[in-house]
Design a protein around this ligand. Sequence first.
Ligand code: ZN
Length: 86
Amino acid sequence: MIMNSTKDQIQHSNATDGKPPVVRSASSKKCWNCKHRTHAFKVGKLTHYHCMSPTYEKQHSEGVAISPWETLRVFSDSCDEHEFRS
Ligand SMILES: [Zn+2]
């Protein structure tokens, strides 16, 4: 029976190939609920933010040039220094 259920799981995961996993948890760490994000702007159909995490803030205050591409996030991204907005 264990063998059978393993086989079933493999078939199920194959069936969802090509589709992103469904996001169920509203409390997952995403950039749209990150307190470090800046104002939202749209690029095409996707909402983007710049994520000014403490690392970038520190670099910025030290005069380090930060590429906008480095801080760019899509709403569904999650970053290492995520903190929930209060
Ligand atoms: Zn973030």
